[in-house]
Design a protein around this ligand. Structure first.
Ligand code: AHR
Length: 528
């Protein structure tokens, strides 16, 4: 809640969310819809595509402490764990309702040889993780551990196969190992390693960033390779694999065009990677927490490029796949900053502030709006790497502002998109400007409407008059995430600096809901 809100609202925030809505209707009665700077129409009578749950997907790479320390601590660790995986992290991710987790990379995937990560741990060979710090990977966390972790979290696995430095046979064997119920060499090896039943694997990517770390290929070459590898990925024992092709980096539209042309008919998904980097300057990405308004504006205005990317890549896909069978899987996205001082540059460890909460909310709103094409997204990355949900330090764990946005927004999972019209003010910084408000709405299977709203303006609250076409609210409640400063963040010593609280600064009259969104905030409204 904005600390400048009247004290009565701060008091209200501490009341139970059941009581708050009724009181809010009285307290905020002074709000007038016609005076609101932002006019939002939610077309509740025109439900659109289903927002795929997988838009709330995560990504866990063998990178820094993303897996080791973040997930895997080993069965003998004093950190409470289940079969080697930390309980605090599992609980936090269950609460988030994580639908899908991408693994083992990233760039790591195209140098990962899965057979090194099965069998007795003390016999597993080591390798050098050449992309990420050159550290020795001991393969303690392999196929069984990852799939066990997914079961513990309640998420679907999304596995990336090694096309860059592996072989067709190796990829084929991996799929057989995981999914076949036959009496076959790979299924028998799995049984020998302690797992009788095959797993169900729905999502499988054929390579990662094969235009770069995954083999430096041209799109024509990759597309042919995709076809070759894809031929040998079999659907065993009733398992149906959705095959994801390596898609473009950012605005490489030629890559999308070529891969769709050559391989589009054989793919179920095409990935897209886009990281928000300040001024696109990869040499000086800036600090995750030590920044001023210029950097706040730069990151939040730049992240809007996702809208253009999704729109333009979708338009190309439409040409080859007009019935939208191939999903656009934005399987790497998020903010990328300089690493925290004193940490290994190869570990990509960065803090996470209120700015990242806004960035996450804006991107998720964009993905919702393209729910007819965007079938999955995987923020990079889940724990201790880039724009993480969770940071750990030995036995300690802290939830980031981005985590809280995912928790607030997960009401949209599997809901139907409701189209919106938005006319709102700009947020000006010097001579530059960006829209202050980003919004998205959906209706869930129980009929509740949810509206997620981001106010990027760090100085001004914005009144939003929200007209609900085809619905009239009888019960309204809301949650807000904000803080006293733009770079507020949660630390191990102060884990609650940026936490969601009930939001009460709204009034409802007829089919119109008027809200006063605090400066620099993310708000989710629930309407019954
Ligand atoms: O997420 C970090 C890295 O960024 C991934 O390994 C790679 O795919 C991308 O370049």
């Amino acid at each position: 809640m904005n600390p400048s809100s009247p004290r009565i609202f701060r008091l209200a925030a501490r009341l139970s969310s059941r009581l708050v809505p009724a009181l809010a209707l009285v307290w905020a009665a002074a709000l007038r819809a016609d005076d609101a700077a932002c006019q939002l129409t939610v077309h509740a009578d025109q439900p659109g595509a289903v927002i795929n749950r997988n838009i709330y997907g995560q990504f866990a790479e063998h990178l820094g402490h993303g897996v080791y320390g973040g997930i895997w601590v080993g069965e003998d660790s004093p950190i409470p764990n289940t079969r080697g995986m930390r309980n605090d992290v599992i609980d936090a991710l269950r609460h988030l309702r994580v639908p899908v987790i991408r693994w083992p990379g990233g760039c790591f995937a195209d140098e990962y040889h899965w057979k090194d990560g099965i069998g007795p741990r003390n016999l597993r060979p080591s390798m050098i993780n050449t992309h990420w710090g050159g550290v020795v990977e001991n393969n303690a966390f392999g196929t069984h551990e990852f799939l066990d972790f997914c079961d513990l979290v309640g998420a679907e696995p999304y596995i990336t196969g090694n096309l860059g430095s592996g072989t067709v046979q190796e990829m084929q064997d991996w799929v057989e190992y995981m999914t076949s119920d036959a009496s076959s060499p790979m299924a028998d090896l799995r049984r020998k390693n302690g797992r009788n039943e095959p797993w169900k694997i729905k999502y499988f990517a054929i390579g990662n960033e094969n235009w770069g770390c995954g083999g430096d290929m041209r799109p024509e070459y990759y597309a042919d390779e995709f076809r070759r590898y894809n031929t040998f990925i079999k659907n065993f024992s009733g398992n149906q694999i959705l095959r994801i092709a390596c898609g473009p980096s950012s605005d490489d539209y030629a890559w999308t065009d070529t891969v769709m042309k050559i391989a589009g008919k054989r793919a179920n998904g095409l990935s897209l990677h886009y990281y928000t980097v300040k001024d696109d300057n990869w040499k000086q990405k800036g600090s995750a927490t030590q920044f001023g308004e210029a950097e706040w504006f730069a990151m939040l205005s730049q992240t809007l490029k996702m809208e253009e990317l999704v729109t333009r890549h979708s338009a190309i896909m439409d040409r080859y796949d007009p019935t939208k069978k191939v999903g656009l899987m934005v399987d790497e996205w998020g903010a990328w900053y300089d690493v925290e001082p004193g940490t290994n540059p190869g570990f990509l460890y960065q803090q996470n502030s209120l700015r990242d909460a806004l960035l996450a909310g804006i991107n998720l709103n964009i993905f919702h709006e393209h729910a007819d094409r965007v079938q999955m997204s995987n923020i990079a990355q889940m724990i201790n790497v880039l724009q993480a949900m969770i940071l750990t330090d030995g036995p300690r764990m802290v939830l980031t502002p981005t985590y809280h946005v995912f928790a607030m927004y997960n009401v949209h999972q599997g809901a139907r998109l409701l189209p919106t019209d938005l006319a709102g003010p700009d947020y000006h910084f010097g001579a530059k400007a960006m829209p202050a408000i980003s919004a998205s709405a959906s209706r869930d299977v129980e009929g509740r409407i949810h509206i997620s709203l981001c106010n990027a303006d760090p100085h001004s609250q914005v009144a939003v008059a929200c007209r609900l076409a085809g619905a009239s609210p009888s019960k309204v409640s809301a949650t807000v995430l904000t803080a006293g400063s733009i770079n507020a963040h949660n630390t191990f010593d102060r884990p609650g600096e940026v936490s969601p609280v009930p939001f009460t600064d709204f009034s409802a009259e007829g089919g119109t809901l008027t809200l006063r969104l605090p400066a620099k905030s993310v708000t989710v409204v629930e309407i019954d």
